[in-house]
Design a binder for this molecule. Structure first.
Ligand code: AMP
Length: 255
């Protein structure tokens, strides 16, 4: 596994990569969900590159950019034997000279996450576009865990004419159903138990056992502050705060 610490290291190496390249963009604090993306893209490509970059432009001013978990050595240990290349850019590599031009995807970014996290998807579309231009992959993979993000990236890829096949992977979950996430580390032991109610309530709507309104009431009663719980793109999508931690999840509307 070759570790590339800068855009210049990436550029020098990129020309020597033979065959197709599958890109797995992440913000690090790697878990089994990230590793499932590598496993899913592997049979489609000759080489797999993981990127680890906590992208400042996708965090709002009052969000968790500074406290987002950073654990580079543990991440590299997890990737050993899984990835062929790891690109660890610095902020300057992605935003040289503080470059401020952004990519804005209209329409789908105005609802749900876009409404509660203004500017978030500009940051996401911009960083993924820049990572695509720098790494020149043939394929890239994103998790359904961030379903709206997946939609935004597909649209950005089409609008920017990137000749890249976008793959997606289902959400990996903990045994109690909570979607695996780097942000789960923020939860106290008690919150961690309560967090399983998100998936349980989504499943109860899916099976027809509960209405969306009842599920919202259940979550609020258990201590969540629900930002949205709604259906779109034939999926049920939710965002809710539990204490200071913001959790998102989604499942198909029909099993
Ligand atoms: P992040 O590091 O949170 O930006 O996530 C990097 C990629 O991993 C994104 O495409 C996410 O959608 C995906 N991902 C995050 N959590 C999971 C999960 N539990 N299962 C599958 N993919 C995930």
């Amino acid at each position: 596994m070759k570790v590339l610490h800068s855009f210049s290291e990436l550029s020098a190496t990129r020309n020597q990569i033979n065959g197709t390249l599958g890109l797995v963009p992440t913000m690090g604090a790697l878990h089994d969900g990230h590793l499932s993306l590598i496993k899913k893209i592997r049979p489609h490509v000759d080489n797999v590159m993981v990127t680890i970059f906590v992208n400042p432009t996708q965090f709002g001013p009052n969000e968790d950019f500074s406290k987002y978990p950073r654990q580079q050595q543990a991440d590299l240990a997890k990737l050993e034997g899984q990835a062929d290349y790891v690109y660890l850019p610095q902020v300057d590599d992605i935003y040289p000279d503080g470059s401020k031009s952004t990519i804005h995807i209209s329409g789908i970014t105005e609802i749900l996450e876009g409404k509660f996290r203004p500017g978030h998807f500009d940051g996401v579309a911009t960083v993924v576009d820049r990572l695509f231009r720098q790494t020149k992959p043939s394929h890239a993979i994103f998790g359904e865990k961030d379903y709206q993000q997946l939609m935004v990236i597909k649209q950005m890829t089409a609008e920017q004419n990137h000749p890249i096949e976008i793959l997606s992977a289902p959400t990996l979950r903990e045994v109690d159903g909570l979607a695996t996430s780097s942000r789960n580390a923020y939860l106290s032991a008690e919150e961690r138990k309560t967090a399983a109610l998100i998936y349980r309530n989504l499943k109860d709507i899916q099976s027809g056992q509960n209405s969306i309104d009842t599920a919202i009431t259940n979550l609020e009663t258990a201590g969540f502050d629900v930002q949205y719980l709604t259906s779109e793109w034939n999926r049920l999508l939710v965002a809710a705060y539990l204490g200071k931690t913001r959790l998102i999840d989604n499942i198909p509307l029909k099993d």
